[in-house]
Write a protein that binds this ligand. Structure first.
Ligand SMILES: *Cc1c(COP(=O)(O)O)cnc(C)c1O
Ligand code: SF4
Length: 342
């Protein structure tokens, strides 16, 4: 261990640079007024008003701003990141833990709900804070305290029926390649695990995160690797992201996308079809289109089921089957995500 650390320091001294994505990740807007100013908007123009003092603070990498249209208070990308005063309206049925995840936590840092798969909460950090996030009230402190991943790794070792480990969070790609390498090394030593899955939104806001170091980590015969991107709008798939996704695909990684159906963001058939097209161009297949989880603060993003079904029918009517995501909802107590039939 000491040797390894020494080697890393030497490499830095030899001119290894801090990767670009780490600088981009640190170049952030965390303030409503600053975000509005950067986009030529006045806070009064925002429909429903802004919340300058939210418990779930604003976090927007500047790298993402280049894709938001300046001067447009209704921009679908802006809506996903700007804290709205509507988040404070209490709505019946919307609570802090809509998926009852607390009931599926055998040890801190690990969720086990579905057959053969276990989800590791590897970090509480995210590159961006999404206003619709169902984990906005997640008790990361309880999950990440003390021995880090140790208890979760012990649990995985003791459960040979688990084949697939899902790295989630937070966002696993906020971790450095060095930290990920350490975790993957421990997971690789557990013989019954053979599928490795990442769920991440970081590359959507900072495509540079899919760097060559990460590719090298994932390009290994030890794992069948799947990366599930979380993009919600076609404009989020910029050329830099497409290029990096194609590089990952060449390294043998299966690329999927999971979107959330969000009012005012992607609740039009043209937008959803555009998203599927843009993903396909990048070598990514649509996987799920999620109905919003009923988390307190996000009710204004909800799309009623009948509308969701109509959108899904329209998508099926205009796209090849493999570009139509499954419309799904997560229901507490079920053995898998519930696929909705419209
Ligand atoms: C969503 C989820 C999974 C993965 O479900 P898939 O249908 O395989 O994508 C696994 N574990 C937990 C706790 C989840 O929430
Ligand atoms: S990246 Fe995912 S976990 Fe993080 S705030 Fe956004 S939706 Fe939530």
């Amino acid at each position: 261990m000491a040797l390894k650390r020494l080697a890393m320091i030497t490499q830095e001294a030899d001119g290894w640079q801090v990767p670009d994505w780490r600088r981009l990740q640190a170049d952030l807007i965390t303030d409503v007024a600053a975000l509005c100013e950067a986009l030529d908007l006045r806070p009064e123009q925002i429909p429903g008003g802004v919340d300058a003092d939210s418990d779930f603070p604003l976090r927007v990498p500047r790298r993402y701003l280049s894709r938001i249209e300046p001067g447009n208070p209704d921009d679908p990308l802006l809506r996903q990141v700007l804290a709205s005063a509507r988040e404070r309206e209490p709505v019946p049925g919307y609570g802090p833990d809509p998926l009852e995840e607390a009931a599926h936590t055998p040890v801190p840092g690990l969720l086990h709900k579905y057959h053969g798969r276990a989800l590791l909460v590897v970090t509480g950090a995210c590159a961006v804070h999404c206003r619709y996030c169902f984990r906005r009230h997640f008790p990361y402190q309880t999950h990440l305290s003390g021995g880090r991943w140790k208890q979760a790794l012990d649990w995985l070792r003791a459960h040979p029926d688990i084949r697939e480990v899902i790295l989630s969070g937070g966002d696993p790609l906020t971790l450095s390649n060095e930290r990920l390498a350490g975790l993957l090394e421990e997971l690789a030593a557990i013989p019954h695990l053979d599928r490795l899955r990442f769920h991440t939104r970081t590359p959507v806001v900072i495509p540079e995160r899919l760097d060559d170091g990460l590719l090298a980590l994932l390009d290994t015969p030890r794992w069948r690797v799947t990366l599930v991107l979380h993009a919600n709008h076609p404009r989020e798939i910029d050329p830099a992201l497409s290029e990096r996704c194609r590089a990952l695909a060449r390294a043998g990684v299966t690329l999927l996308n999971q979107a959330v159906l969000l009012a005012g963001v992607n609740d039009r058939v043209e937008t959803l079809a555009g998203l599927s097209d843009a993903l396909h161009d990048a070598g990514v297949l649509p996987y799920y289109l999620h109905q919003l989880d009923a988390v307190a603060g996000a009710a204004h993003f909800a799309v009623p089921d009948p509308r969701a079904f109509a959108l899904h029918r329209a998508l099926r009517a205009r796209l090849p089957g493999f570009l139509v995501p499954r419309l799904a909802r997560e229901e507490p107590g079920e053995s898998g995500k519930t696929v909705l039939k419209g």
